[in-house]
Design a binder for this molecule. Structure first.
Ligand SMILES: Nc1nc2c(c(=O)[nH]1)N[C@H]1C(S)=C(S)[C@@H](COP(=O)(O)O)O[C@H]1N2
Ligand SMILES: [Mo]
Length: 406
């Protein structure tokens, strides 16, 4: 055998093992050709996600879960949605990572290394609910542009890091500080270094909350690259866009932060209700802060079949932005009547809460189980769509699953 063929055969074998099947006509495949199966990165392998996760977009990567994948009390990485506005930073060296504080309202610009952040400040771990403001967008009519999230752009993982308020105290901020804005290492889709894909923030009151973290661990390990390695802001209960990934600079602003996707219509809803399809002026759009009351049935999967006379056990999670969920109900008659079921206390503030119920059905046939949560202000989820808004944010309609009793 000639040396050249030997190399080729070895390569064929290794390609076949990556593909997981014999390349049947491999002997006539042009030398140097890369089979399609190897050309596109496999997002499930690339990001360590479960095969059942749904890819909505690959430039940039946007991946969501299905309801039944979110059954865990604490969301593992493989079921956590990914929402990127730009390109994930490459070649990160955590040892060289720094975080700089600047802005109009900083006493003095200051930069910390990762080692300083980890050694100088006490560390805390919280379970924090992160939901994309656009979760549920796919249901709005007229439709809104953007990723057509169904129900899976939400997670609740364990986040470990230092409190932003502790570090802000060390930095020193002026009395006129009203907002923080993050800047990060991801690049704009155009790769124009002058442009940022996203630079959002939060008012000082949110920045100074105990649960607002600069996190370096997710579920006890280094944060996965797609979720903001090596350092990320976490502001649970608010649109997850506030939780900047790959954060390397935080500006202390003397006005509402005006970074990318803070202004115009981005992550804003009409200050007052509008009719579906209405045009809304920028100045009549208000920044989304605490996310609305919502819940998800994570077991069983929609389409469940049970035998007549058997009860159906359901379970899931409910969350309410800055508030607590105080009541959980389900309906099997399209919302005509509701039964209460137990809702657990949150592991900590801003963590989602778990519910369960055992449901009896009167006779054979098709049913839907609808779940409805109520927050500590007495506000419940709408049964179907909430008020329409131009960008399709904040769809907190009751989650529904189909069940057949046979
Ligand atoms: N630097 C940076 N941070 C970011 C984003 C981004 O594109 N770049 N996307 C934001 C949005 S819109 C959401 S919903 C969350 C998604 O977090 P996840 O991908 O870890 O689930 O990250 C936020 N933080
Ligand atoms: Mo988002």
């Amino acid at each position: 055998m000639k040396r050249r063929n030997f190399v080729k055969n070895a390569t064929l074998g290794s390609m076949a093992s990556v593909i997981g099947a014999d390349i049947v006509f491999g002997s006539v495949m042009p030398i140097g050709y890369k089979p399609l199966a190897l050309q596109d990165p496999d997002p499930f392998k690339l990001f360590d996600k479960d095969n059942e996760m749904v890819v909505l977009n690959d430039k940039p990567w946007n991946i969501e879960a299905k309801a039944h994948l979110l059954d865990d009390k604490v969301t593992p990485n493989k079921f956590m949605f990914i929402r990127n506005n730009g390109l994930i930073p490459e070649n990160i060296d955590a040892n060289k990572w720094t975080l700089t504080f600047d802005g109009e309202s900083v006493k003095q610009e200051k930069t910390y290394t990762m080692a300083e952040l980890k050694s100088k400040f006490p560390q805390y771990t919280y379970q924090l609910t992160l939901e994309c403001g656009g979760n549920g967008r796919s249901e709005f009519d007229p439709p809104a542009k953007g990723n057509q999230w169904t129900i899976g752009a939400v997670s609740c993982a364990n986040w470990t890091g230092i409190r932003l308020k502790d570090i802000l105290e060390d930095v020193g901020i002026n009395d006129d500080a009203v907002y923080i804005g993050y800047h990060a290492a991801d690049s704009h889709l155009s790769r124009d270094p002058e442009k940022e894909p996203i630079s959002r923030g939060a008012p000082m009151t949110k920045a100074l909350q105990e649960e607002t973290l600069l996190a370096f661990k997710m579920n006890d390990k280094d944060i996965p690259l797609a979720h903001g390695y090596p350092l990320r802001l976490i502001a649970g209960g608010w649109p997850a866009s506030v939780s900047g990934k790959w954060v390397n600079r935080i500006s202390i602003r003397n006005k509402v932060h005006d970074g990318e996707k803070m202004t115009g219509t981005a992550y804003r809803v009409p200050c007052n209700p509008v009719a579906p399809g209405d045009k809304v002026k920028d100045e009549d759009m208000c920044i989304i802060e605490s996310m609305p009351i919502k819940s998800l049935i994570t077991h069983p999967k929609t389409g469940a079949m049970i035998n007549k006379g058997k009860k159906l056990d359901i379970r899931g999670h409910a969350w309410a932005g800055e508030l607590e969920v105080v009541k959980m109900e389900y309906s099997i008659d399209f919302g005509s009547s509701w039964q209460s079921c137990p809702i657990e206390k949150p592991a900590n503030r801003l963590a989602w809460q778990h519910f369960n119920a055992s449901i009896a059905f009167p006779k054979e046939g098709y049913y839907e189980v609808w779940a409805r949560a109520t927050d500590s202000n007495g506000i419940s989820q709408p049964m179907l769509l909430p008020g329409w808004n131009p960008k399709g944010y904040l769809n907190n309609a009751c989650h529904r699953i189909a069940v057949k009793v046979t």
